[in-house]
Design a binder for this molecule. Structure first.
Ligand code: TRP
Ligand code: SF4
Length: 400
């Protein structure tokens, strides 16, 4: 069942904005209905860059979870938890660090990029270099199959796949592996075993991807597979050792089409964002005072929507008829900029109203979020414990 598991994390950086909503959160809400999903507060990750001034991570993290819930992430569908409350992530990070070539970490593009971008911080630390490895541990510990991330994170997922492969290659060949794998096939029952063997041969001899998928589906259907056999069969199918860790795939999250108030990427640090739980008056004022096409100095000057930061908002919030109205009105000076913005104010407020409403009970009663996270942590921990048992065993560390 771990085959379609989705996992993603977000650093606690403060109140989320409409860019997060249209980029990440709507995507999470969609995914939670289709897959078993795990979403977590990546608080240790925040420390890799902000170790000097961590701030109140537990408050910022909790507030971020309220934003998730407000956006429609449903704790009955998805598992929500906090990284630092599942310390198994740290254990896997440590064990993986033993077999991670230093060059792999140094070559991750964000390593040099971020050091240059965040030049005011001293990022020549062990933790910062190891940050992609911590992320790999986050993913591998849940044997996640899909990881929704933005483009900048794709190299990290690639790195995670390479690590999983290296780990399985190093530690997946237990003594007597072949006999154990063959015995596990037999246990499937003669009919299924025959089909499995056929599909395996097809895949190994001709690289038939369809056959591989069908054989994997066959394994996923199996109930009560004895511990260890699932990983053995998965690896055996592809002609390798036991698949203790699963290679995850990035699910590329499309960047939000919504730009900030100044037409740049929406970001809190640029001061051009609209907060998810911002008061309606403040939202309305921000949109009313947004800059417009600089060529439209006077009401009677015609403008060009493509040169105006208001236009991308119409692309997100307006239908064809309204866009046509903007195009015509703007280029002929038929409408004024405030007129053009009025329906947007309405649309944005209509979108934010239910979000603020959903957040309210969590703000009124902080124990609600605490309980959601406590439950989520329990569930996550159970999954993590399971993987760690296999990892310890594979590395010769199963004393009891
Ligand atoms: N590194 C991610 C970011 O900065 C957050 C993150 C941490 C993450 N662990 C993860 C995302 C695991 C996906 C999966 O945005
Ligand atoms: Fe921008 Fe609309 Fe004004 Fe044209 S009319 S400049 S699109 S705000």
């Amino acid at each position: 069942m771990f085959e379609t598991r989705v996992l993603s994390g977000m650093r606690p950086t403060g109140a989320l904005h409409l860019g997060h909503y249209h980029g990440v959160l709507k995507n999470w809400v969609r995914l939670q209905a289709e897959h078993p999903c795990l979403f977590f507060v990546a608080d240790w990750h925040a420390l890799t860059t902000d170790y000097e001034k961590p701030g109140a991570l537990q408050e910022v993290g909790t507030d971020m979870v309220i934003d998730w819930l407000a956006a429609g992430v449903d704790p009955n569908q998805a598992t929500l938890f906090v990284q630092s409350l599942v310390p198994e992530h740290a254990e896997l990070h440590l064990l993986l660090s033993m077999m991670t070539p230093l060059g792999w970490l140094e070559r991750v593009p964000t390593y040099k990029d971020q050091q240059e971008k965040l030049a005011d911080k001293d990022l020549t630390t062990y933790g910062f270099l190891g940050y992609p490895l911590l992320q790999a541990a986050d993913i591998l510990i849940y044997r996640a199959r899909y990881v929704p991330v933005g483009e900048d994170q794709v190299p990290h997922i690639e790195f995670t796949r390479e690590l999983a492969r290296r780990f399985n290659h190093l530690y997946g060949r237990e003594p007597g592996y072949e006999e154990k794998a063959k015995a596990a096939v037999k246990k499937m029952g003669s009919k299924k075993a025959r089909l499995f063997n056929e599909l395996r041969t097809k895949f190994l001899e001709s690289g038939d991807g369809e056959a591989l998928k069908r054989a994997q589906a066959l394994l996923d259907e199996q109930q009560n597979t004895p511990r260890g056999d699932h990983e053995r069969l998965y690896g055996w199918l592809e002609g390798g050792g036991k698949k203790i860790l699963v290679e995850a795939e990035a699910l590329l999250t499309e960047a939000s089409k919504l730009t900030g108030l100044d037409g740049q990427k929406m970001s809190k640090s640029y001061g051009n964002s609209i907060g998810l739980r911002e008061a309606p008056e403040s939202v309305a004022k921000k949109i009313r005072t947004m800059p417009t096409d600089p060529a439209r100095v006077k009401r009677s000057d015609p403008g060009t929507p493509e040169k105006c930061p208001v236009w991308p908002m119409h692309l997100v919030y307006s239908d064809d008829a309204r866009r046509a109205w903007v195009q015509k009105g703007c280029t002929t000076a038929g409408i004024g900029c405030l007129e053009c913005k009025a329906p947007l104010i309405e649309s944005v407020l209509a979108e934010l109203a239910p979000i603020r409403e959903r957040a309210q009970p969590y703000l009124d009663d902080p124990t609600l979020v605490k309980n959601i996270l406590a439950n989520g942590c329990d569930k996550a921990r159970a999954l993590a414990t399971d993987t760690m048992r296999d990892v310890r065993e594979a590395m010769g560390l199963s004393y009891v």
